[in-house]
Design a binder for this molecule. Structure first.
Ligand code: ZN
Length: 338
């Protein structure tokens, strides 16, 4: 028994002095460990959280990287657009009806033509197939022998300042006022309007009159059928100086013409029918006729030596017209509005 009790005592001692403290220590250690783990933000859970956080970070990094790539590709696209804007004009001149003008898809085409009559390389407009203009209010709209305005189209025009027997769209009037004043200031001379807005009906009357007087050969270079004149837009002006005949090729020899070649684009006007582009415009050289398209586009077209036709991707429509080699007397055309 003693032994047994000794053994039991030993066992008690072992319990008292070894196992109990050990258990206590272990408990304490566990407790401390637990508390530490709490303080440390629960290590047992922190590990997965940490993983999650890394994973989130990785995801975020990936997303960031993707965004950066997107931004990079956006930037790349932007640079392409900027690049293209050197060739194609600014979006400001694109109306909703003309969406896509900036992209290459803006290019226009001419309708198929059969049996077109031409005189000195220029088309008889009466023999042409045409398209209807669908965006006549667009400041950059193309109106020519092939793109026709509706008979009913009347722009919002106002009386021209200081010449209220003419009418223009307000933006064209404002630009004309500035250009006229600048010419006066810079040269000490005067330029005036010979024509501005003309209705479809007036154009109809003018063409009939010109046809009767000159015949079709005399009209193809200078006279537009109704609906095909830029004057119906309220954005075109015929300019004359105090010297020289109105609407005459001799206007090309005036100070006014020289000044306009350098300066009209900064006011938003372009020389619409240049001498070296008759095969593209399908009109003769008209040094007096200017079209308002806005300063940015005007400067773009002038700098790049482009007509509105070329701007819209339209190529030559007639052989180069050489007035000097033509039998028709230039002077017989000179007094008529186009
Ligand atoms: Zn004109």
């Amino acid at each position: 028994m003693k032994t047994k009790s000794k053994e039991a005592y030993k066992g008690q001692n072992l319990f008292k002095f070894v196992l109990l403290p050990a258990a206590a220590c272990l408990t304490a250690a566990l407790a401390i460990g637990f508390m530490l783990s709490l303080l440390a933000g629960n290590n047992s859970l922190a590990a997965p959280k940490e993983t999650t956080r890394w994973s989130e970070n990785e995801n975020r990094a990936e997303v960031t990287s993707e965004k950066k790539q997107e931004e990079t590709s956006d930037t790349a696209e932007t640079s392409i657009k900027v690049e293209e804007s050197k060739v194609y004009p600014p979006e400001d001149y694109v109306s909703p009806g003309q969406a896509g003008v900036l992209s290459r898809s803006y290019l226009l085409t001419y309708p198929a033509q059969i049996d077109v009559e031409t005189y000195h390389g220029l088309s008889d407009p009466r023999t042409l197939n045409t398209y209807n203009v669908e965006n006549p209010d667009d400041i950059a709209v193309l109106v020519n022998k092939y793109y026709v305005l509706p008979e009913t189209y009347e722009p919002e025009v106002i009386p021209v300042t200081n010449a209220d027997w003419f009418r223009l769209r307000p933006e064209a009037n404002a630009a004309w006022q500035k250009m006229q004043q600048a010419y006066r200031t810079e040269t000490g001379k005067e330029i005036n309007l010979n024509s501005a807005y003309r209705s479809y009906q007036v154009q109809d009357m003018l063409f009939a009159k010109a046809l009767k007087r000159k015949g079709i050969a005399g009209c193809v270079g200078y006279n537009a059928l109704p609906g095909r004149s830029e004057h119906q837009l309220g954005l075109a002006i015929d300019i004359h100086s105090t010297t020289g005949t109105k609407n005459s090729p001799s206007f090309a020899e005036t100070t006014a013409y020289e000044w306009l070649q350098i300066n009209c684009s900064r006011f938003g006007f372009i020389l619409r029918y240049p001498k070296h582009k008759t095969h593209i415009t399908d009109y003769a050289f008209e040094p007096w006729h200017y079209r308002y398209v806005g300063a940015e586009l005007a400067q773009y077209l002038t700098t790049n030596d482009l007509t509105l036709e070329e701007y819209y991707g339209l190529g030559p429509t007639a052989d180069q017209y050489m007035p000097d080699n033509d039998n028709t007397t230039v002077n017989s055309w000179s007094n008529l509005a186009d």
